[in-house]
Write a protein that binds this ligand. Sequence first.
Ligand SMILES: NC(=O)c1ccc[n+]([C@@H]2O[C@H](COP(=O)([O-])OP(=O)(O)OC[C@H]3O[C@@H](n4cnc5c(N)ncnc54)[C@H](OP(=O)(O)O)[C@@H]3O)[C@@H](O)[C@H]2O)c1
Length: 281
Amino acid sequence: MSKIYVITGAASGIGRALVEHFSADNIVYAGVRRTEAFSELERLSKNIIPFFIDLCNDESIVKAAEFIKKRTNKINTLINAAGCVVAGALERIPASELRRQFDTNVFGHIEFTQGLLDLLEGGRVINISSMASYGIFPFIAPYCASKRAMDILFNSMLMETKRDIKIISIKPGVIATPLWDKSIDQNKASIRDCSGYEAEMEYMVKNAGKNGREGAPVQSVVDVVSEADSARKPKLTYTVGKDAFAARCVSKLPQSLINGIIKSKVKKLSPKKPEQSGGIN
Ligand SMILES: NC(=O)c1ccc[n+]([C@@H]2O[C@H](COP(=O)([O-])OP(=O)(O)OC[C@H]3O[C@@H](n4cnc5c(N)ncnc54)[C@H](OP(=O)(O)O)[C@@H]3O)[C@@H](O)[C@H]2O)c1
C-alpha cells in the first residue's frame, strides 16, 4: 500500500535521491527552497508534491507544516535531509555563521518536526545526521556540533515522548554530492580570513573537491534509509560506509588520545619551520 513521506533537502544530493526512490510507489512531499527545484520535482512524477521551506526562517517552517497538514492527516515517514556545512578555523568563524549552521541543521528540523508530530503517530522520523556527529573532525567544528546536537535533541524527544513514534539517526560517511562544493563556496570568507591556518584551509578545499568527486554514491544512503524505514524494530543509529564506522570506533577512545591523533595529523599539513628542519640558526 502506498505510504506518505515528507522529505526536506529535496533539491539535490541525498534528499533528491530519496525523493526519487520513495516516489516510485508512494506520495512524497518534497521540501525545497529554490523555485527551479520546485518545478523540476513537479515535472518528475505526479507522486511528488513539492513545497517551499527555508529552515532558517520560522515563518517558512510554519507555512510548510500548514501546507502539508491541509493535504494529509497522516505521515508515515518524515526524513529530515536538508543541511549545510559551516567550516573554517573556529577562532575566526563569525557567530552569525554559527547561528546559520544551527538554524539549518538543528533548530529548523526540530521546529518542522514539532509542527508535524500529530500526523506522525505510528510513524517514523529519519534524520540524515553524519559521521561528523562523532565530533572528531577539525575545521568543520560547527557542522560536527550541529549534527551532534541534532542527534541529542531528537534522542531526547524519543526518550520523553508518549507518542508511538520511532526516531532514527542515519550517519553517512563521505558521499559524492554537491554539499562539498557548496561547503567551499559558502565558507569563502572564513577560508580567506585564515592567517596562520593557510595550509589547513588549502588541504580542506582540496579534500572537499576530492570528496565531492570520489565519495560513496548517494544510493548507499538510500539503501540504509530504506532498511531503517522498513525494519520492524529499527536501530537508533545506522552508519553508512567504512569511514563512518571507523569514526564511530575512534570516538570511543579517550578524548585526549583522539586529540593527540588529530593534532599530529594536522601538524603534518603545515610547512616545517626552518629550525624544525635543522636549517637556518
Ligand atoms: N555529502 C556527504 O558527504 C554527507 C555526509 C554525511 C551527511 N550528509 C548530510 O546529508 C544531508 C544532505 O546533504 P547532501 O550531501 O545531499 O548535500 P546537498 O546536495 O547540498 O543537499 C542539501 C540540501 O539541503 C538544502 N538546504 C540547505 N540549507 C537549507 C535551508 N536553510 N532550508 C532548506 N533547505 C536547505 C539544500 O538546498 P539548496 O539546493 O537550495 O542549497 C540542498 O537541497 C545533509 O544534512 C548533510 O549534512 C552529507
